[in-house]
Write a protein that binds this ligand. Structure first.
Ligand code: TYD
Length: 211
């Protein structure tokens, strides 16, 4: 079972991944957490180029290629082997990020970016995606306080607005897979909502229901 988490900066993804991880382990699931970009030796090198060098003038098409290279390697070296062992994999960002950020944030050709992003997953599609939606103002006010902000965090209000709209369109077009959740609500309430969606949609997750 492959579950991905998406949203603009500061939407609360990481907090919710950690809470779900704990909740699943508590009822004896074998779970792995991972993220993009930056898994493994190759992923870490790619992450450094894309995010940690604000002085590099990275051409948008080069940025797209690097995110996709990171994903292909991540799927081959880590996600697929974990899924083949029967584990549940929780992934912080996957190809929807590329469609939203490079296709719409960077304003590359959206259809080309979508095909490239999907191809980079080597045939793997998330079973379920949780998309956390917050206003751009909330997002920017949350990341101002964050240590170690990256090159994309520092993009303009308009850039983040385009990414947010793209995500909402993805949710509309893939409503069977993508669950839209308000990231402005209380952390515990959001966590309960996630457990409810999983237990309602997948019998293996019925153990997550409150007794
Ligand atoms: P990161 O520091 O991992 O934090 P967070 O996910 O909490 O924002 O930032 C990753 C950044 O990379 C984020 O700004 C989104 C961006 N990104 C893309 O632009 N395209 C992609 O395909 C992926 C996976 C991430």
């Amino acid at each position: 079972m492959f579950i991905t988490f998406e949203g603009i900066e500061g939407s609360g993804k990481s907090t919710q991944i950690n809470l779900l991880h704990k909740a699943l382990e508590k009822v004896h699931f074998d779970v792995e957490i991972t993220r993009e970009p930056g898994w493994g030796a190759i992923g870490n090198l790619i992450r450094k180029i894309i995010l940690e060098n604000p002085d590099l003038d990275l051409e948008p098409l080069a940025e797209l290629s690097l995110f996709c290279a990171d994903r292909a390697q991540h799927v081959k070296d880590f996600i697929r082997p974990m899924l083949n062992q029967g584990k549940i994999v929780l992934c912080d960002r996957f190809y929807d990020s590329t469609i939203a950020y490079q296709g719409f944030g960077r304003e590359l050709n959206p259809e080309f970016v979508k095909q490239t992003a999907i191809n980079s997953a080597l045939g793997l599609c998330p079973n379920t995606t949780f998309l956390f939606d917050i206003s751009v103002n909330t997002a920017l006010s949350r990341i101002v306080e964050r240590p170690g902000r990256n090159r994309i965090d520092d993009e303009s209000f308009d850039f983040h607005s385009r990414v947010k709209s793209a995500y909402l369109e993805i949710a509309r077009n893939s409503s069977n897979r993508v669950h839209l959740i308000s990231g402005e609500e209380d952390i515990e309430a959001v966590h309960e909502q996630i457990k409810e969606i999983l237990s309602k949609n997948y019998s293996i997750f019925s153990r997550l229901r409150k007794k």
